[in-house]
Design a protein around this ligand. Structure first.
Ligand SMILES: [Zn+2]
Length: 59
């Protein structure tokens, strides 16, 4: 997915439990929800949740 902050970088999220860090992708009301939150430790350092297809920023 593209980073939603607009920095133009691509964030790769692993959905495989074999990875050290991975995300759970659920579908709520037909829209994607990710758990846990996405926190980039490089680049723009964005921290956000994706719930029901919408980005919720963690301030
Ligand atoms: Zn960004």
């Amino acid at each position: 997915m593209m980073c939603p902050c607009g920095c133009g970088e691509v964030i790769e999220l692993s959905l495989s439990p074999d990875s050290k860090t991975y995300w759970t992708l659920g579908i709520e009301a037909g829209r994607p929800t990710l758990h846990p939150s996405v926190w980039r430790n490089t680049g723009c350092r964005s921290h956000f949740w994706v719930r029901r297809g919408r980005v919720h920023w963690v301030l």
